[in-house]
Design a protein around this ligand. Structure first.
Ligand SMILES: C[S@@+](CC[C@H](N)C(=O)[O-])C[C@H]1O[C@@H](n2cnc3c(N)ncnc32)[C@H](O)[C@@H]1O
Length: 211
C-alpha cells in the first residue's frame, strides 16, 4: 500500500526537528501517557513518537505508507525499548485482524488520509471494543477569518505542498460520527506564534471505541 511522496518524505524529518524546537515533544508525551498493551500507530512518519511510548506498551505496530519515512521509522524502531514492527499499509486497509489492539494512535495524520470516515471505520475494526483512540491533530479553526484562510489553502496548494495535508478538517466530528466517545479533550495552539497560522489550532485527547 506504498504511497510515494518523495519530496514530503525527505522534508518531513526536518520539519519534525523544527517542531521539536517549538516544543512538540511535550504534546507527544501527553498523547501517549498511560498507554498499555498492544498499540497501533497510524501514519507513524519518521517514528518521532516512538521514544515517548510508555514501558507498559507490550507491542507497537507502526503503519507508514511513504517509503522514505518508513525507512526512518525502521531506524527509529531499532534499539527502541518497545518491540516495534513498521508496516507498509494505509489507514483504510490495515493488515490486522478484528479487535487486535488495545489502543490506536493518530498524530497529525487524519489531516492527510484521503477519507477520514474510511480510516476511522478501519481503526474501529482493529481496536477491541472499548479500546482507546489517542489523537493529536490540527483541526478547523474557531475564528471565521482563519477558517477562510484554511479553506483557501486546502482548495489550492496546501495538500500538494504538505503531503496531502488539509489544514481545516473537522476531525472531532469525524471521530464522533465513527462511533467513538470523546473522553478527554484539550484545544490549544501549536506552535504558539503571535499571529495564528492556518494549521495551528490543535486538539489532543482520548476517545473510546464503541463496545
Ligand atoms: C504530518 S505526517 C505525521 C507523522 C507522524 N504521525 C508524526 O506525528 O510526526 C503525516 C503522516 O501520515 C501518513 N499518511 C498519509 N496518508 C496516510 C494513509 N492513508 N494511511 C496512513 N498514513 C498516511 C504520511 O505518510 C505521514 O507519515
Amino acid at each position: 500500500m506504498t504511497t510515494s511522496r518523495p519530496i514530503f518524505g525527505r522534508l518531513y524529518p526536518r520539519m519534525n526537528r523544527a517542531m521539536e524546537k517549538a516544543g512538540i515533544s511535550v504534546h507527544r508525551e501527553r498523547l501517549l501517557a498511560g498507554l498499555t498493551g498492544r498499540v497501533i500507530e497510524i501514519g507513524a512518519g519518521d517514528g518521532a513518537s516512538f521514544p515517548f511510548y510508555p514501558d507498559d506498551v507490550t507491542h507497537l505496530s507502526a503503519v507508514e505508507p511513504e517509503p522514505h519515512l518508513r525507512k526512518h521509522a525502521e531506524s527509529a524502531a531499532e534499539g527502541g525499548k518497545i518491540p516495534t514492527e513498521v508496516v507498509d499499509a494505509a489507514a483504510d486497509r490495515l493488515p490486522f485482524p478484528n479487535a487486535h489492539f488495545d489502543a490506536a494512535v493518530v498524530s497529525l495524520v487524519l489531516c492527510s488520509v484521503p477519507e477520514q470516515t474510511e480510516a476511522l471505520n478501519e481503526i474501529t475494526r482493529v481496536l477491541r471494543p472499548g479500546g482507546q483512540l489517542r489523537f493529536f491533530e490540527h483541526v478547523r479553526a474557531e475564528s471565521p477569518g482563519l477558517r477562510r484562510a484554511q479553506r483557501a489553502l486546502d482548495a489550492t496548494v496546501g495538500p500538494a505542498l504538505c503531503g496531502g495535508c488539509h489544514s481545516g478538517r473537522d476531525t472531532l466530528s469525524a471521530i464522533t460520527r465513527a462511533g467513538f466517545r470523546i473522553e478527554q479533550l484539550e484545544r490549544f495552539r501549536f506552535p504558539e506564534t503571535s499571529v495564528p497560522m492556518p494549521a495551528s489550532q490543535h486538539v489532543l485527547g482520548t476517545a473510546v471505541a464503541p463496545a
